[in-house]
Design a protein around this ligand. Structure first.
Ligand SMILES: [Zn+2]
Length: 182
């Protein structure tokens, strides 16, 4: 059985092969990798050289956040000097510049402020069905932006949503999202 990362790679390779085929046709026909955007009519240059990028970010200063996720808990930080609260957690306070933070667990319910349905997805999410991204006000006073696992027609501003931390179905890595509270 192939892993999620392998499956995603396969999907992207296939999509990319199709793009390269189109690019080859374009260059063969016109001599230039330039096409007219069908929506705007603007000329677009497609670079024939590819840049591959996989980010590696240090999470050393927010190790508690990572540890929390592995236990299916979500943590935020509170600045011990000025009291500012941060989610996603910050290790250094942008407000007062202190680096003395307390870690606290995020509440399990919040209130939906607004949402959008993503129909046009970034390449690495393109294998997903259309999904809902919402902004949720938490009792702590900060907002969390995350997927909302719900039928968009059932969503209302102000409705109560439950925070879920766990393995994302179909992808198997641990993340967090919301669903309507019972
Ligand atoms: Zn501070």
């Amino acid at each position: 059985m192939s892993t999620v990362i392998e499956k995603l790679r396969e999907y992207l390779d296939k999509a990319e092969a199709e793009q390269i085929r189109q690019l080859d046709q374009l260059v063969a026909a016109t001599g230039l990798p330039v096409y007219k955007d069908p929506k705007t009519g603007a000329l677009v240059w497609v670079d024939v050289r590819e840049l591959r990028l996989r980010f590696q970010l240090s999470v050393n200063k927010i190790a508690k956040f990572v540890e929390g996720l592995s236990q299916e808990r979500l943590y935020y930080t509170v600045c011990k000097r000025c009291g500012a609260k941060y989610f996603p957690p910050q290790a250094d306070c942008p407000r007062c510049k202190a680096s003395d933070m307390e870690w606290r667990e995020v509440s399990r319910e919040g209130e939906l402020i607004t949402w959008t349905v993503i129909n046009v997805k970034p390449a690495s999410f393109a294998h997903n069905k259309d999904y809902v991204v919402g902004i949720v006000r938490m009792p702590e006073g900060f907002n969390i932006t995350a997927w909302v696992d719900a039928d968009p027609s059932a969503l209302r501003p102000g409705m109560r949503l439950r925070l879920v931390v766990g393995r994302r179905p179909g992808e198997n890595y641990i993340t967090y999202w919301f669903r309507p509270a019972q």
